[in-house]
Design a protein around this ligand. Sequence first.
Ligand SMILES: O=C(O)C1=C[C@@H](OP(=O)(O)O)[C@@H](O)[C@H](O)C1
Ligand SMILES: C=C(OP(=O)(O)O)C(=O)O
Length: 477
Amino acid sequence: MQPSPHAWSAPRATGPLDAVVALPGSKSLTARALVLAATAQDATLLSGVPRSRDTALLLEALRRLGASIEELEAAAAQPQDQGQRQEVGQQLRITPAPLPPAGGLSIDCGLAGTVMRFIPALAALARRPVVFDGDEAARRRPMRPLLEALTSLGARVRYLAETGFLPVEVWADGPGAEDGAGAGAAPAESGGSAPPQQVRVDASASSQFLSALLLLGPLLPRGLEVSATGRVVSLPHVEMTVAALRERGVVVEAPAPGGPPRWRVHPGRPRGGQVAIEPDLSNAGPFLAAALVAGGRVRVPHWPVSTTQAGDAWRELLARLGGQVVLEPAQDGSQTLAVTGTGRIEGIDADLSDLGELAPTLAALAAVAGHQGRASRLRGIGHLRGHETDRLAALSTEIRRLGGRVEELDDGLAIHPAPLHGALLRSYADHRMATFAAVVGLAVDGIELDDVACTSKTLPGFTGLWSGMLSSCGGER
Ligand SMILES: O=C(O)C1=C[C@@H](OP(=O)(O)O)[C@@H](O)[C@H](O)C1
Ligand SMILES: C=C(OP(=O)(O)O)C(=O)O
C-alpha cells in the first residue's frame, strides 16, 4: 500500500513497552466544574483543565453568557494539595456570570455533547434568544428530549432547521414565566421548602440530557425534580454530575438503589472554591490498551483513589482482556495504575451501557483479539449511533476495511475471528475512532488514518504522547 500524503501512519510497536503516560484532565469533570463555576455564588480556581477543543468551546460559551475566565500563571494557582498532584493543563479563575443571562448571542458547540446539552439548559434562563449551532456532524446528534424538557419548564425553543436538532434558539419565556426557567425566574437563594418544579426526560439516547437538567436545577427558585423515563445510559456520568453538585454545596437527592429514577435538586447557587481536575481516565484507555497489544507495561500516574469517571472500569475490563492490572502507591501519596500485557488479547463479552465512551478502544482490542482468533461481543451501546458519529456503523465499516469480520447488532457489535491487514482508516471527525486506529496500528502493519488532528477534541497532544510511549520500546516503525 502506498502511504497517503496527508494521512497519519499509525506506528507499529517494535517490542514490549515500558512507559509512563501523564494524561490531560477529564473533559467530563471539567465540563461540570466549569458550568458550576460560571453559575456559582463566588469565584472558582480550577486546575488541570485540558487544552482541548471541547473545553475551549465550553469556555467561550460561558464567556459569552457573561462569566469572566482568566488563565493564571501556574505558580499563582497552585491548588492546596499540589504536593500530591502534578496537573497537566490550564489553571483558571472563573468569576460567575450574572443570572439570568442577557442572551442575544450565538454559541458554537463544535461537536461537543457537553456544550450542546449543558449550555442550552442555562440559556433557558436567558432574557433573549441564544442561538446554538455546531459542526455538520453535531447537527445529527440528538437534542429533542432535552429541548422538550426545557420547553415543559417554561423555556422557549425554536428549531432553525430540522425539528429536534441543531441549529436551535433557546431562551426564557416572556413575562409571566414567574416560576420556571422563564425570564421572571430569579436566581435561587439557598434553602426553600416549597415543592420543586418537576420535569421528565427520556435519557435513553444520552445521559447528558439528564445531567444538563440537574445542573440547571439549583438555579431555579424552587429547585427541580427530574424523572427519567426509559433506560438511562451512561449512568456513571449522571453520578458524576450529582457528585460535582454536592461538592459545590448543592443538596441533591439521588434515587435509592432499585427505586424510581428520580433526582431532586434543591435551590441555591453552587459554591466557588478550588477544584482540581482528575486525569481523563477514558482517554487513558488507548495507552493502557497499548500494553496489552504491544506487551510490556504502561503506567498512568495520579489515578484517583475514588472517582466517578467511567474510565475507572479499565481496571476490570483490561484484566478480563488478559492484562495484569495493579495500583501502585507513589511516593507523593498518589497512586499509579500499571497495566502489563503479553501481546495476547482475550476475547470479551461486555455490557457497556454504562461505559459507552470506552467502546471504540474496546472494539480495537476486540479486533486485535479477532486477528489472534478470538471472538468478542460489545452490548448495550445502541446509543453510540448518536455520538460524534454513528459509532456502531463507523466501527463496523473500519473493522471490515481492515479485513475483520463484524456484525452490527441492534445494541452493539459482534466481532468474529479474522486476520487483519493494513488500510487507510477514516476517523469521521471522531477522536475515539482516531485512537481506535492507533491501537490497531500497534499490531498490524500499514495502518494509516485520514485525520489524527480530531483527537484534539478531548486529548491535546495525542500524537506526541503516543510516540513518547512508543519510544520506550526502542522507537516506532
Ligand atoms: O456527560 C458527559 O460528560 C458524557 C456523558 C456520556 O454521554 P452519553 O450519555 O451521550 O453516552 C459520555 O459518553 C460522553 O463522552 C461524556
Ligand atoms: C461521546 C463523547 O463525547 P461527547 O461529550 O461529545 O458526547 C465521547 O467523548 O466519547
